[in-house]
Design a binder for this molecule. Sequence first.
Ligand SMILES: Nc1ncnc2c1ncn2[C@@H]1O[C@H](COP(=O)(O)OP(=O)(O)OP(=O)(O)O)[C@@H](O)[C@H]1O
Ligand SMILES: [Mg+2]
Length: 258
Amino acid sequence: MIKVAVVNQKGGVGKTTTVVNLSTAIALEDLRVLVVDGDAQANASSGFGINRRNAKNLYHLLIGKATIEDVLIKVENAKLDLLPSSPDLIGVDTELRGKPNWELTLKNILESISQNYDYIFIDAPPSLGTLTILILSSAEYVLIPVQAEYYALEGVAQLLETVHYVRRTINPKLKLLGFLITMYDKRTKLSEQVEEEIRRIFKEMVFQTIIPRSIRLAEAPSYGIPGVIFDPLSVGAIAYKNLAKEIINRFARREVRV
Ligand SMILES: Nc1ncnc2c1ncn2[C@@H]1O[C@H](COP(=O)(O)OP(=O)(O)OP(=O)(O)O)[C@@H](O)[C@H]1O
Ligand SMILES: [Mg+2]
């Protein structure tokens, strides 16, 4: 089982779009996938058409007021399982922080069900707070989406510091899976320049696959259907399916660096 946290404290870089579409694309390859919505905005949940306001969700699971069976949802159209979130999740900060071993709460929950899955993807909020620490503590790999825009790498140094901190203190197994360039606009010189810069700095840690700007990917969440199912032939859907193949192949060839 491979646990991937999709993290970047910068907002709106494509974390949730990546979690929803990459996980669905991997499930379409007949692998068993769990998605964990680790953001109080609950965008990953709504991307699958799931709304758990006023119902048991990841918040209740984390504070010990629900069981996995109460919370886990089978997302039929995407053929995967989801631990959904809701705005309740904001409360995790005050409920958990400071309790002994609070950092391991999510890790322990995921370990109890990890044998049921080939891949687990965890969506993170746009901050480096309590939830992101819980998420990094429970993951094995970090995938960092970066938007092909000015200031793409703003904050990445701080993010990598946080990854190193968690590796040193809580989760020595944590590794970088790679940087994913998102919202690439091939009509602009800027996208090309940003790609060049990111590849120059992070070299083979940047996925070959690039996610282009795709209106269909942006429209799909309003229907509660992942883009790769909503319009499988759109450029965005094809890119996420290619990314799924790239990741599956890398693990098959054990090319992932420690
Ligand atoms: N490849 C793409 N093409 C077009 N629009 C995209 C693409 N990827 C994401 N978007 C849109 O950009 C916005 C931000 O994307 P998304 O929600 O995935 O980012 P995020 O990093 O999860 O944001 P947050 O930090 O708020 O959680 C959304 O409206 C989404 O639909
Ligand atoms: Mg998001």
